[in-house]
Design a binder for this molecule. Structure first.
Ligand code: 5BU
Length: 258
């Protein structure tokens, strides 16, 4: 298996390179899903756990008091702690519409989110629409090849077609949302949500796997953890636990664990 750092030079997209550099430098494959609903909470959690993550995942449209200053604060924290920002927007419309949703509206996602994601259901036009806006800004896109929730429909032929769409757009598509490594191509980075220290379920269909299962067994690259961290009594301590679990699983998979 290649190390994160060996994959840096293989990647075409600058944000894929940057992410892998941060992973290697900070020794963390942890992305925190900061699904809090106020500006103050989001800034607080990002500052608390910032030193432990390579990537902060946002749902900017759940913030009740969103304003432009929130983006300035997030960018300041991203610089302070050296992490990237991933807006989990899950675009799913025709190219022309997603170009507006990504570049415009209230949120101007393309201006601050280094990474965003999209469903493949509309076909390749969705990538073309997002790429038109995001590539000049050196952003990257993840395709949702698989979802963590029970009964998700992204499987079989749909999933295979999704992988092909990514392969045809390797300048902009940097990887996948998936529970496991799906392609033998080290330039694609695999991101896995639905992670907790103990496997299980929530009451609304979410399914949890452990960091060890995701990174060591399933050969994914980045664990995405939400409630397991931000609902903990001490999110910073908890983030450190997930970071250690994720990194140990990676080292074990390299068989260089010291
Ligand atoms: P949790 O609190 O760790 O369950 O949060 C998981 C996060 O990942 C949450 O923000 C979801 O929107 C996101 N997610 C997911 O859980 N499963 C998926 O397949 C995708 C995103 Br795509």
């Amino acid at each position: 298996m290649l190390t994160y750092s060996a994959r840096i030079r293989l990647c075409q997209n600058p944000i894929a390179k940057k992410l892998l550099e941060i992973v290697e430098l900070k020794k963390t494959n942890l992305c925190v899903a900061a699904d809090v609903t106020t500006k103050a909470e989001l800034i607080k959690i990002a500052d608390e756990i910032g030193s432990h993550i390579c990537l902060l995942k946002t749902h900017i449209d759940i913030i009740v008091d969103f304003d432009a200053d929130l983006i300035i604060q997030l960018q300041r924290l991203a610089k302070k702690h050296n992490f990237l920002i991933f807006e989990d927007r899950k675009f799913a419309d025709i190219g022309n519409t997603v170009a507006h949703q990504y570049g415009g509206g209230i949120y101007h996602i393309a201006d601050w989110a280094h990474i965003t994601n999209a469903h493949a259901v509309p076909g390749p036009g969705i990538i073309a629409g997002l790429k038109k806006i995001g590539l000049p800004k050196n952003n990257g896109l993840l395709l949702i090849a698989e979802m963590s929730s029970e009964g998700a429909l992204a499987a079989g032929d749909y999933q295979n077609a999704t992988l092909k769409m990514a392969e045809a757009n390797q300048d902009f598509v940097i990887g996948f949302i998936t529970t496991k490594k799906l392609l033998n191509n080290p330039t694609f980075i695999n991101f896995t949500p639905g992670v907790k220290l103990e496997s299980g379920f929530d009451t609304l269909g979410q399914q949890y796997l452990t960091p060890e299962k995701v990174i060591y067994e399933n050969k994914s690259d980045i664990i995405i953890v939400g409630r397991g961290i931000y609902e903990a009594e001490n999110p910073k301590v908890q983030a450190e636990k997930y970071r250690t679990a994720g990194w140990n699983a990676y080292e074990k998979s390299l068989e260089i664990k010291s």
